[in-house]
Design a protein around this ligand. Structure first.
Ligand code: NDP
Length: 458
């Protein structure tokens, strides 16, 4: 059996050796899930809700150890690992509160003789291939509602978050989800490919646009429900009437939190010329206060770049921008190894001829562009193939609403950024993906509607 080696991205040390799946074990797991799913779906919803409730309690009880595991394999600062786990709890509460109602059968017609009802039945066996950057969030956004609604799940966490993927699976098993109903597949992209060859009823993917495209191509011609939650190039516009200092502090955090490795990290900033210089000064001062260091240290804010190849992407974006006339204020080059390090990097004088303003950076790198007003800002915000989130900072709510209504994005923010709510749908426009998670719709998405026509006997 092959092995998956887990390395600490901060210092390069070996964290764990895991027995990896192969094509044969993936096929065996898929068959076991298929056989087990009907009995799981037939259990009362209350039993499945109780299992998720026990899972929640276990996360709370083991939070410190789970945070340490996450930090060791992803390089996320320990305080931010705790934040992710604590942030998971309201999501679980939402699923626990809404799970039953979301899939309750609805009677939509009744004239005494004829009744019409809509039922919501599980898809069957679904696959979840997910990213490493927030493995608890992106894993549970799929696993929990999929299981609650009666599906079996083949879960392939990222190779860079395999220990966390195993921990999530173990806690769900201990909470009462049968081992045959939920499988954790260990391995890299090849295991994901083997999974795609199985007879699955739904594929729920979180990751990069390039991999999402490969997955869509691998499933072409098969009628498998496909959801893709992909990357973005999320813009924010700071209007002339905004408080530039408050906006700068908020956006510096939005750009650099999780070492810039969030799908909804702020990736482009447009600032009105009237407040540009004050904004940039405060932004640079805020970033200068972000402490880089060992992710295990309590005070660390900038941790490791999880995937080494991303260092090349970041350096290339900075070099391209500088060659085309941008001003580099700080950072710009990888730090010394072992491990993957990149300091907070801020560029001004940028424009859309630069890769930095077009393609996802996925690191602590940000470009700030001066604009003359609302029309230019909206045009630039929409000049992208992505559409995950977008924001506006202004004192004027009506202006913010009018601007954000014109921006092509699944999520829009007024005076905030880098925020996800379990009550709201999480979805992308264009190359940021198809489908959604979270909200009541993000529970129903693991079911298909079944139409019932019921005529009473005469
Ligand atoms: P990747 O696309 O590299 O990987 C995602 C998953 O796909 C991993 O589990 C990976 O396995 C697997 N995979 C890789 N190749 C294949 C293949 N050929 N067939 C099947 N599976 C495969 O993304 P990252 O994990 O690096 O995540 C970062 C990206 O995710 C960013 O673009 C980010 O914006 C996006 N993202 C989007 C979110 C959203 O909600 N829209 C949320 C979080 C992240 P392995 O890692 O083992 O190779």
């Amino acid at each position: 059996m092959s092995e998956l080696l887990v390395h600490n991205p901060y210092d390069g040390t070996l964290v764990a050796r895991l027995a990896a799946d192969d094509a044969a074990s993936v096929a065996a797991r898929a068959a076991a899930a298929r056989a087990a799913q009907p009995a799981w779906a037939a259990r009362p919803m209350a039993e499945r809700l109780a299992a998720i409730g026990r899972f929640r309690a276990a996360v709370v009880a083991q939070l410190e150890a789970l945070a340490a595991t996450l930090t060791s394999e992803v390089g996320k600062p320990i305080a931010q690992s705790r934040n992710e786990l604590n942030g998971l709890l309201p999501r679980l509460d939402f699923f626990l509160e809404q799970g039953e109602g979301a899939v309750r059968a609805e009677r939509v017609f009744d004239d005494g003789a004829m009744r019409e009802e809509i039922g919501h039945v599980p898809l069957g066996v679904v696959a979840n291939i997910s990213a490493w950057n927030y493995p608890w969030f992106v894993g549970c956004n799929v696993l929990v509602p999929a299981l609650l609604t009666g599906n079996a799940v083949l879960y392939k966490p990222s190779e860079h978050a395999a220990l966390t993927g195993q921990a999530i699976t173990r806690l769900l098993h201990e909470a009462g989800v049968p081992a045959e109903v939920l499988h954790c597949l260990v391995g890299a992209g090849a295991v994901g490919q083997a999974l795609l060859a199985q007879p699955i009823d739904g594929l729920f993917f979180t990751g990069s646009h390039a991999t999402g495209q490969r997955i869509a191509q691998a499933l072409a011609g098969r009628f498998v429900k496909l959801q893709l939650e992909l990357g973005g190039k999320d813009p924010t516009y700071v209007r002339a009437d905004a408080d530039p200092a408050a906006a700068a502090e908020s956006l510096a955090d939005g750009a650099m939190y999780n070492t810039g490795q969030s799908c909804c990290s702020v990736e482009r900033i447009y600032v009105h010329e009237a407040v540009h210089d004050v904004f940039v000064d405060r932004f640079l001062a805020t970033v200068a206060g972000f402490r880089a260091g060992p992710p295990t240290d309590e005070g660390t804010y900038i941790g490791a770049i999880t995937r080494a190849p991303q260092l090349d992407v970041l350096e290339a974006q900075v070099a391209d921008a500088v060659a085309k006339g941008a001003t580099l204020h700080c950072g710009g080059r990888r730090g010394p190894g072992p491990g993957n390090h990149f300091p907070p990097t801020v560029l001004t004088g940028v424009d859309h001829s630069m890769e930095l303003m077009r393609e996802e950076s996925f690191g602590p790198v940000i470009g700030i562009q001066k604009v003359s007003g609302d029309e230019e800002a909206v045009a630039l915000m929409n000049d992208t193939r992505y559409g995950l989130t977008a924001g506006v900072y202004t004192r004027d709510e009506a202006a913010a609403r009018a601007l954000l209504a014109r921006v092509n994005a699944g999520t829009v923010y007024w005076n905030c950024c880098d925020r996800v709510s379990p009550r709201l749908p999480w979805s992308g426009v264009g190359d940021s993906g198809v489908g959604l998670t979270l909200s009541v719709e993000g529970i129903r998405t693991f079911t298909r509607p079944k139409a019932w026509h019921l005529r009473s006997p005469r």
